[in-house]
Design a protein around this ligand. Structure first.
Ligand SMILES: Nc1ncnc2c1ncn2[C@@H]1O[C@H](COP(=O)(O)OP(=O)(O)OP(=O)(O)O)[C@@H](O)[C@H]1O
Ligand SMILES: [Mg+2]
Length: 332
């Protein structure tokens, strides 16, 4: 059984004219227990909106889920009451977002904020909660937890603040951690430390991790599988090594080609994927990558959404004949 199974997720935002702009268009995602899935793709492709949808945290009323199901341990999150979903958030699913300051309350000490997680979800008394808080602070590498527990968020560095957010997300030993660009707001030197910490704690607790990032290097280091998103859709999904060795979709190949190579110092200029991510309203109903592709697209594939096919075991790709490297037998 999959821990999380998202099927056909479709999310829209209403524009000023009252029209729905679809930003996530039929996304399927599944995650097994203990698995780490990376979700990558350019800015605006719908990664954060997908993650927020999973937690029913889309901004109201502009954002709405039009279609799909989000099965959490086989129960649809979309049909749960607000109370049910609140008890899952923070307890069964922990969240780590890009900007730690947004996740922390500036007017409460960090000790109190971590206590709160234990008080709310574990029904502990204050003294017991504080004991757990101090242990958790220790675990995420906060020096002198006893002293620092009395600090306010602004008294800590960005890296330390993100460690607090990680402590809060992991306090109740969730089954799933959703981390949306957890390190991009941090200094490069701190990024690696924080990622390492997150991975270690995840491994210790056998939690699953959905890691959203721009950084394919981070994916290579941390993830078992990777899903590549483009224009509100997943265009490829595979175990990390397969994706890096034999990417099938033109967009994935472009992403990989734009990573600097350490072994090839003479490569003066990195290739870039031509063109811009098209405006949402202008997206094709068919292959979304067509406007940026160098290959000719038959009219059919501008209009019809290419099927998502398994080209090798566990390696799936949106099978646009112009964008995907496929064998004929794969399409039959
Ligand atoms: N509150 C909102 N109101 C209207 N449109 C929104 C809102 N939030 C996101 N969008 C739109 O939804 C689309 C997907 O945004 P999303 O934040 O999921 O992208 P992303 O893949 O997370 O990008 P990034 O890598 O920059 O974080 C974008 O076109 C964005 O403009
Ligand atoms: Mg985002």
């Amino acid at each position: 059984m999959n821990l999380l199974e998202v099927r056909g997720l479709k999310v829209a935002f209403e524009n000023e004219k009252g029209e729905d702009l679809v930003v996530v268009d039929g996304v399927d995602l599944s995650l097994e227990s203990g698995q780490t899935l990376g979700l990558v793709g350019e800015s605006g492709c719908g990664k954060s909106v997908s993650a927020l949808s999973l937690l029913r945290l889309l901004p109201h009323p502009a954002g709405k889920i039009l279609n799909g199901s989000i099965l959490w341990k086989n129960v649809d999150l979309l049909s749960m009451s607000s109370d049910q979903i609140r008890s899952i958030r923070g307890k069964e699913i922990g969240m780590i977002f890009q900007e730690p300051m947004n996740a922390l309350n500036p007017s409460h000490t960090i000790g109190r904020q971590v206590d709160e997680v234990f008080l709310t979800h574990r029904e502990m008394k204050q003294a017991e909660a504080r004991e757990h808080t101090l242990k958790m602070l220790q675990k995420v590498g906060i020096p002198e937890p006893n002293v620092r527990a009395n600090d306010y968020p602004h008294q800590l560095s960005g890296g330390m603040r993100q460690r607090i957010v990680i402590a809060m997300a992991l306090a109740c030993e969730p089954d799933l951690i959703i981390a949306d660009e957890p390190t991009t707001a941090l200094d490069v030197t701190i990024q690696a430390q924080v990622l390492q910490l997150m991975s270690e704690l995840q491994e210790q607790s056998a939690a699953s991790l959905l890691l959203i990032t721009h950084d394919l290097g981070v994916v290579a280091q941390t993830c078992d599988e990777v899903a590549v998103m483009y224009g509100g859709r997943i265009v490829e999904r595979a175990p990390v090594s397969k994706l890096f060795q034999s990417p099938k979709h033109a967009y994935t190949r472009g992403l990989l080609a734009s990573i600097p190579s350490l072994t090839d110092p003479v490569q003066a200029k990195l290739p870039v994927i031509q063109g811009m991510v098209p405006a949402l309203a202008d997206l094709n109903t068919g292959c979304r990558f067509a406007p940026r592709s160098t290959h000719h697209h038959e009219q059919e594939w501008l209009e019809v959404r290419p099927p998502f096919v398994e080209v090798e075991e566990n390696h799936w790709v949106e099978a646009c004949p112009a964008c995907a490297v496929l064998n004929k037998k794969d399409l039959s």
